[in-house]
Design a protein around this ligand. Structure first.
Ligand code: ADP
Ligand code: MG
Length: 390
């Protein structure tokens, strides 16, 4: 019965989305230009749309010849408040909210850049991985908008967006480098030799680092997503108070595992009792600090191992957990000792955003790794390993 209701809701929602896309295409269809053939450098303006999970992000990036693309403007709407009541992301609510936000954000981005729809040369969107319904909103709107403008579209890999996001910072890296990708859904170490040239060195065999933060934070009674709250709480605690495991620390490879840590935090919190999730207690702050110390130690050790075995002297950290202060402090110290340069995205561009999607599209176009196409029959890829990226 529940399945029938879910299927009905999904069908109704897809119909809503299709109607919205058709309506949008009709509004924009005035003065439709003929679809352009493959793009030529130098100057291009790329609109990027991110909608893979619980953040709607839109941005406008400009490329000029071979120079690093420049961010003209970006806007973000986070749905966190809406999902907090449920303790996690509700996919159906996420999809519907993306529909509400994406066009106002697009208008805002264009206005802030002093641009109009006619200035857009390419429309980029997150093709995957992510929630299918949420991805469909971004891709549907991107394709309808591009079709109406007679401009090509380009589907971007969400993780490539994170990976290249440090290129938006004031101190951008240079290829090649080792990348530590740490988000709510992924924990990976990669060797990056250029745009589209990614080799996976190791990854988590179960939970992601962000997931370990979030699930542990939930046990401490912190609201979703608990990573930032746990890290604030940890500042008041003693990281050596509780002995928690460092999974796979000495495994000799570059893989991670965080599921066991979460269980250890659960066991420890049960031993502590109600103080483990009561606001203002020393026990809770100590548990947060001890949990963070365990996650950070493993991330730092494995990153340094990846640098050592590859002989690389450059590390790039990307993804939401890259905003963690303790992780940054410890990586900075370890990298200084090993004479390695470490690069981070700007703090506000660590979690999901449209700027990284527009940037990844711009860099792919510049590198000739992909062409934007005037093909609007989009297909999203909810599951899409980065190494499958051509
Ligand atoms: P995803 O796209 O996989 O959802 P994001 O890149 O958007 O991931 O990052 C979200 C994740 O980052 C969440 O798990 C969140 O708890 C975590 N996170 C954000 N800020 C911090 C922080 N300061 N410390 C630890 N984790 C953080
Ligand atoms: Mg992300």
């Amino acid at each position: 019965m529940q399945r029938v209701v879910a299927a009905t809701l999904l069908l109704r929602w897809i119909a809503d989305l299709r109607d919205a896309a058709v309506a949008l295409a009709q509004i924009m269809a005035k003065g439709r230009a003929s679809a352009r053939a493959p793009l030529k450098l130098p100057v291009m303006r790329i609109l990027g749309i991110e909608s893979s999970c619980d953040e709607t992000g839109v941005a406008l990036v400009q490329t000029t010849g071979e120079a690093l693309p420049r961010l003209l403007s970006h806007a973000l709407y986070s749905q966190i408040d809406m999902h907090q009541a449920y303790g996690g992301v509700v996919p159906e609510l996420a999809s519907r909210d993306h529909i509400r936000r994406v066009l106002p954000l697009t208008r805002q981005v264009l206005a802030e850049a002093g641009a109009t729809l006619a200035d857009i040369d390419v429309v980029a969107y997150t093709r995957g991985p992510g929630l299918a319904g949420a991805l469909l909103v971004g891709s549907g709107v991107a394709c309808a908008l591009a079709a109406s403008l007679g401009k090509p579209v380009l589907g971007v890999h969400h993780l490539e967006g994170h990976l290249l996001s440090p290129f938006l910072s004031a101190d951008p890296p240079e290829f090649p480098f080792i990348a530590l990708l740490v988000s709510g859904g992924h924990t990976q170490l990669m060797r990056v030799d250029g745009v589209g040239r990614y080799a996976l060195l190791g990854e988590t065999i179960d939970d992601a680092a962000g997931e370990a933060f979030d699930k542990s934070a939930k046990l401490m009674g912190l609201p979703y997503p608990g990573g930032p709250g746990l890290s604030r709480l940890a500042e008041q605690g003693n990281p050596a108070a509780y002995k928690l495991p460092r999974p796979l620390l000495h495994s000799g490879d570059l893989d991670f595992s965080f599921a066991g840590l979460k269980t250890a935090v659960l066991t420890q919190s049960q031993k502590i009792g109600p103080a483990a999730h009561t606001e203002g207690t020393t026990e809770r702050a100590d548990l947060a600090a001890s949990t963070q110390a365990a996650i950070v130690e493993v991330l730092v050790k494995k990153s340094m191992n990846a640098l050592k075995t590859s002989g690389m002297k450059r590390l790039v950290v990307a993804g939401g957990v890259g905003a963690n202060r303790e992780l940054r402090a410890q990586l900075n110290a370890a990298c200084a000792k090993a004479q390695v340069r470490v690069h981070y995205p700007e703090l506000h561009l660590c979690t999901d955003n449209g700027a990284m999607i527009a940037m990844a599209a711009a860099m792919r176009l510049q590198a000739g790794a992909q062409q934007a196409e005037a093909r609007y029959s989009f297909d999203v890829k909810p599951r899409w390993p980065l190494h499958e990226l051509a």
